[in-house]
Write a protein that binds this ligand. Structure first.
Ligand code: THU
Length: 159
């Protein structure tokens, strides 16, 4: 038998400690949450991602009366970027959730399905994607999507 422990490296920041670039990304995610279509959960999620060419892409959750047809903010943003900028790596993604008009106190982490999609993006471009989970005062940052989904299923499993 061989026991292994997997460690996840998260750095907690206060909003004021963010670099200007990270602060902008957090603000863009907050702005995107305002355009979410979330009439069923009233849980508005915004995502903003930074492309290697400096452009920022925004996304938000899109719900549907047929509930499973909706999509999370992170995947809306990543799929938009992949569809329109297929050759440009994503360097960072910020995510924020707004409940009853206020940013959640706790930073919200991407759901499992989104983590899988974020990991695919890293594999696709061969570049780590920093992920910023933005709360009211605190921002948690990981340096790579694999920090959120170690030992993930990926293209190598299909060979
Ligand atoms: N949601 C996201 O957009 N991102 C996440 O990481 C977690 C959940 C959305 C899906 C749904 O529209 C609402 O939040 C409640 O789950």
């Amino acid at each position: 038998m061989n026991k292994k422990d997997i460690t996840c490296h998260i750095t907690e920041y206060l909003i004021d400690e963010l670099s200007d670039q990270d602060r902008t990304l957090a603000d863009k995610a907050r702005e995107a949450a305002g355009n979410a279509w979330a009439p069923y959960s009233d849980f508005r999620v915004g995502a903003a991602l930074l492309l290697e060419n400096g452009e920022i892409i925004q996304g938000n959750n899109q719900e549907n009366a047929a509930y499973p047809s909706g999509l999370c903010a992170e995947r809306v943003a990543v799929f938009y970027a992949n569809a329109n900028y297929p050759d440009i790596p994503i360097l960072a993604l910020a995510v924020v959730a707004v409940k009853k008009g206020k940013v959640t106190e706790e930073p919200v982490y991407p759901c499992g399905a989104c983590r899988q999609v974020l990991a695919e993006s890293e594999n696709r471009y061969g570049k780590s994607m920093r992920i910023l989970m933005v709360g009211r005062d605190q921002v948690d940052i990981v340096a790579s999507a694999t920090e959120l989904l170690p030992r993930n299923f990926n293209h190598k499993n299909l060979i």
